[in-house]
Design a protein around this ligand. Structure first.
Ligand SMILES: Cc1cc2nc3c(=O)[nH]c(=O)nc-3n(C[C@H](O)[C@H](O)[C@H](O)COP(=O)(O)OP(=O)(O)OC[C@H]3O[C@@H](n4cnc5c(N)ncnc54)[C@H](O)[C@@H]3O)c2cc1C
Length: 449
């Protein structure tokens, strides 16, 4: 019987995948479990959502990324629980034992206790989310053109983006760009350039995790692109076709949600003491308290720096944590007298932050160096293409980008799936009718309101 140790990694996002690759050549059996068969490069999801690139260009099969490591097996499955005493991971259809466990299940959206808003205001976290956003955005232009063409006059289009963090800012900026440039010559009865884009942020400034000067610059760049920015403004209700700001109702053809993040529900399966965002507080070595064999990394972990400040939910944190836990595990497996390898606390090396706003518009913060505009955008482009997994993807995305930069063209403008847009109504012989049948989930959610 082999006494080879087994490491189980839950989640093949930035953290899990890095840990698997770093352990790949070691004397250990590794099982990577993910509910998807592909890894998603989340920083470019907004480009899929806004029809700039196709989904396969920012996703790569997990099996193929890890294929050169013979000691890694990949299982597609949904993890639902853990037996920490017996050291077993439970999926919907199997029980997988482990010696070491790394949980890197990431995060999803938070609607601050209003999950019923989700059907009216999709968030952006997965490829499926991006395709749903793309469908709604493109459909809105088509429905407006159809209505205007049948003699109803110009139909106002209002896009509302809730949340002024990096995702909200890039979505709002890119939507403005599409309506002002990519679509201008293609419609006959509506003028896409008249689309109103409103970005609503609850706090006093957009990009709150950046310095004030960069927040100000981001707001100016957004305004320059044609986005209306409202800060210190709280959305109090979202419905089909409208958002409420206190007593004021704002009509919204499409609402996008970029306001809240909630860690994977798997955190609560590991401990009762998760923080308000559902993250698991970990020890300095990223282990679950009381379980040195269980590590939590990436967006699911509440990790603090030396000053007690929570580390941000960004890819470099997850990547560095993946490398760090792999190193600990390797050291302990190679040390024949366990307990002798002391664990040094995790230290995050912050290389800087970049946020894109639109074509040639971005902000970048590298320590004391703050950059805005074209140079920041070029840095953003360089970093994101460099880290995109797979040479083929990198090259394709670069070519696509260069093309759309020169021509303003957005090539992935496919409306697939339902032709229902929540809240859209069309006059029909004096009666108001919805444009099509809602999908079953939308029917059930609207009837539960
Ligand atoms: C739209 C968007 C834009 C972003 N832009 C940037 C950016 O520009 N720069 C940056 O640094 N960061 C960015 N981020 C944040 C960054 O993507 C995350 O911090 C990073 O992905 C976290 O890595 P992770 O490994 O913790 O989780 P993830 O990368 O989210 O991976 C989690 C994995 O776990 C799997 N999983 C989840 N639950 C289960 C389950 N129950 N069973 C099995 N598998 C499961 C998922 O399928 C997924 O593959 C962005 C995020 C989003 C959503």
């Amino acid at each position: 019987m082999s006494d080879e140790k087994r490491v189980v990694i839950v989640g093949a996002g930035f953290g899990g995948l890095t840990a698997a690759q770093a352990l790949g050549s070691g004397p250990v059996r590794i099982t990577v479990i993910d509910r998807k068969n592909f890894h998603t490069f989340q920083p470019l999801l907004y480009q899929v959502a806004t029809a700039g690139i196709s989904p396969a260009e920012i996703a790569a099969p997990i099996r193929s990324i890890l294929r050169s490591h013979k000691n890694i097996e990949v299982l597609m499955g949904d993890v639902i629980a853990f037996d920490l005493e017996q050291r077993i991971v439970e999926t919907t259809d199997s029980r997988v034992p482990y010696d070491y466990l790394i949980v890197a299940a990431g995060a999803g959206h938070s609607y601050f206790g209003h999950d019923e808003w989700e059907v009216f205001a999709p968030g952006l976290k997965t490829i499926e989310d991006a395709l749903e956003i793309r469908r709604r955005v493109l459909l809105a232009f088509e429905l407006a053109e159809r209505q205007a063409a049948s003699g109803e006059g110009d139909v106002p289009l209002n896009f509302v983006v809730v949340g002024g963090g990096p995702t909200g800012v890039e979505l709002a900026g890119t939507l403005a760009e599409i309506s002002r440039h990519a679509l201008t010559h293609e419609f006959r009865s509506i003028d896409p350039a008249r689309t109103h884009i409103l970005l609503i942020e609850g706090g006093p400034r957009v990009l709150p995790s950046y310095t004030e000067d960069l927040s100000r610059s981001a707001e100016e760049q957004l305004k320059h692109l044609g986005v209306e920015v409202r800060t210190s403004t709280m959305v109090t209700r979202v419905e089909a076709g409208a958002v409420d700001i206190g007593q004021t109702r704002v009509p919204a053809t499409v609402v996008l949600w970029a306001a809240g993040v909630a860690a994977s529900p798997l955190g609560k399966k590991l401990t009762d003491s998760v923080d308000r965002a559902g993250r698991v507080p970990v020890l300095g070595d990223l282990a679950l308290p009381g379980h040195p064999e269980v590590f939590i990394i990436g967006d699911l972990a509440a990790t603090k720096d030396e000053n007690g400040k929570l580390l941000p939910g960004v890819a470099p944190v997850a990547i560095q944590q993946g490398k760090y836990v792999a190193k600990i595990i390797r050291a302990e497996l190679e040390d024949t007298s366990p307990g002798k390898t002391p664990r040094k606390a995790f230290h995050y090396w912050d290389k800087g932050s970049l946020a894109t706003i639109g074509r040639a518009a971005a902000v970048a913060q590298f320590g004391k160096i703050h950059i805005s505009g074209y140079i920041a955008w070029l840095s953003w482009l360089f970093v994101h293409i460099l880290f995109l997994i797979g040479f083929r993807n990198r090259l394709l995305v670069l070519i696509q980008w260069a093309w759309s930069y020169l021509t303003y063209e957005r090539g992935a403008r496919l409306i697939t799936g339902s032709t229902y847009l929540p809240g859209w109504t069309e006059p029909d012989n004096g009666k108001i009718v919805t444009n099509a049948q809602p999908r079953s989930q939308e029917i059930s959610s609207s009837t539960h309101k």
